[in-house]
Each structure stands twice: as C-alpha cells, then as structure tokens.
Design a protein around this ligand. Sequence first.
Ligand code: KIV
Ligand code: NA
Length: 265
Amino acid sequence: YKRNTVADIQAFKHKKKIVCLTAYTAPMTEMLDEYCDLLLVGDTVGMVLHGMQDTVGVSLEMMIMHGQAVMRGVKKSLVVVDLPFGAYEESKEVAYQSASRIMKEVGCDAVKVEAFPGIADTIKFLVDRGIPVVGHVGLRPQAINVSGGFKVQGRDQQTKEQILQDVHDAQAAGAFALVLEGVPEHLAVEITRSIEIPTIGIGASKDCDGQILVTDDMLGMFEWVPKFVRKYADLSQAVQAAAGQYQQDVEQGSFPSEKETYSFK
Ligand code: KIV
Ligand code: NA
C-alpha cells in the first residue's frame, strides 16, 4: 500500500468523489482504511468517545494520543488531525507550536483548523513551514458558544457573504481542501464551483467534491443523529443485544462452558 498524498486528494476533485470518515482508534482505522481516501482524527472524539457535550474541552494531548492510535492502523488513507480549541487561535506562532507537535508526535499528513475570520495568516504561516492545512467553514463546532449552537450557517445574506469570504481567504492562504459543514445546498454548489481545492461536505449536500461523516454516527452508535446522517449499521443495538446475552449466560451459569475452560494436564 502507498498512502494517499495531499496531491492525490486534490486530483480527485475532477475524477471521483472523495470518501472520508472520522477515526479515533487503531482497530476502527484498520476496518475503515481500505474504503476511504481520507481519515480525519476529528475533535468530535471528545463527544463520541469521551462523552463531552461539545468539542471545546478537547485537549492537544487527546488529539495526539488518538492520532497516534490511528497512525498505527492506517495503510492507505491520508490522515488529517484537528487542531483543538485553544491550541491555535491566539497567534500564528501558537498555531505552529501545536501543529508541529502534532505532525512530529503523530506522524500524520496534515492538520485541520476551523476558519474563524483572520485565520488566513495562520494557514499561510503553517503551509509556508511545511504543514498541509485543511480549513473548516460554515458550521464551526468550536464556536458554538458564540454562534448559539449546532445550527446551519449561511442561510441569510450576511452569514453567506462571511462564509464565501472565509472560503476564498482559506484557499488564497494555501489550504489544500475545505470541510463545509452545515450549509445549504445552493451555497455548497457556489463554493465548490468557485474554488480549485476540493470541498468535503458534512450536512452540505451532495454537490461537494467529497463527503465526511462521524463514523460512530453512521454506524448507529447513538440513537439520536442529526438530519444529515445516514445510519449504515445499528451497532448500538448489536452491542446491547450482545451484552444482554452475556448477562443472561453469566447469571444462569452457561458461560463459561467446558470448551471455554482450562483443564489440568
Ligand atoms: O471533528 C470532526 O469530526 C469534524 C468533522 C465532522 C468534519 O470536524
Ligand atoms: Na472537528
């Protein structure tokens, strides 16, 4: 296997849809890798695996630890790691410290930043120093305490203009791809047609150059999922059925059986 490169992902824009999922652990990475072009170690790890209410509490150390786990399982996909809240916003120098730590300690291919107004200088600073960057525009989960929650963005003229500005700033600064989250279809179309770099959508219609979902959402680990998620499995149901059967077997003494027991030689 040869791992996908940044250039491979960019070339897909005009050839095929880019298939992306999140990954946080080694065994899941091993299962997903062959079906994906890009795996994102997202800061959603805080919500999906650690039970947090949002992504604001996720630390750089958590991102590094989960990134390392994913790198142990990957053979083919490009691996992108999120810069978490608090690790890059203050200045481009702070962003470089965090991003270079991730690149060195994880060995991933790129980092992702949420595109708050003014992020362009930071993106350019990182790219100039050898760190490939993905931008994340539209619904920005790290900004929910200001924006008022997980809400679709760009439905009115003012926020639409802001998103278009963020998109073009991120491209001009050297971002190699953009995640578009929670934007209406007409805006996803306009963005995807007007930039050279690929768009990867989540809740952003089929018109993006690629799609990403939170893996645990699409596997059905949670009962409630947002409107844009399609559940491809019902793991929650499967896990509960297995645990219930185990409980019954242990309580009734049918587990372990003789076959599952060691004997004296
Ligand atoms: O953290 C994450 O999982 C993400 C994706 C939803 C794009 O940023
Ligand atoms: Na994220």
